[in-house]
Design a binder for this molecule. Structure first.
Ligand SMILES: [Zn+2]
Length: 164
């Protein structure tokens, strides 16, 4: 029996995505928010998460609307962890694609399913990919590959683009 995660109860929340904002000290604060789907249960203990309520927040004169919730179990959900959870959920469900785009015009160069990317990363780690020298960095939603000299060198950046 396989568990796809499709049947588990979920909740949709709007959270602040600080990683998508300009680094501190660069220009005006412009809060970015994101609406994501996460499990209705606490990832640490499995008990039901709290009911989300919306509120308007102000940071440096910029207003934005987000949701917060208090888990009855006492575990606190940080927004950054919530975004990672939502990204990994779409990857497990296969809803989205790892895309490498032309940095100048944003046109997609190549794309992989999450399964293909997982295979590729494993092959690179095992030294089975002559075109890729190493995995430069890896986060939930970004993979940077260092290309081998015979493949032109430099790096290739892939970002997870959820289709949800
Ligand atoms: Zn908990």
């Amino acid at each position: 029996m396989t568990t796809t995660g499709q049947d588990t109860p979920t909740m949709t929340v709007t959270v602040r995505d600080r990683a998508a904002e300009a680094p501190w000290g660069y220009g005006l604060t412009s809060p970015k928010t994101r609406t994501v789907t996460i499990s209705a249960h606490c990832p640490r203990c499995g008990s039901q998460r709290g009911e989300p309520t919306g509120r308007r927040e102000c940071d440096d004169g910029a207003y934005y609307w987000v949701q917060t919730w208090t888990n009855p179990c006492g575990h606190v959900d940080m927004y950054a962890a919530v975004i990672v959870e939502a990204v990994e959920r779409t990857q497990q469900l296969g809803r989205g694609e790892w895309v490498r785009r032309d940095p100048t015009n944003g046109q997609p160069w190549e794309g992989f399913t999450h399964e293909q990317m997982t295979c590729l990363l494993e092959a690179v780690r095992e030294g089975q990919r002559p075109d890729v020298a190493s995995v430069e960095s890896r986060t939930a939603a970004t993979v940077v590959l260092r290309l081998s000299e015979t493949n032109g060198g430099g790096t290739a950046t892939f970002r997870w683009e959820p289709s949800e």
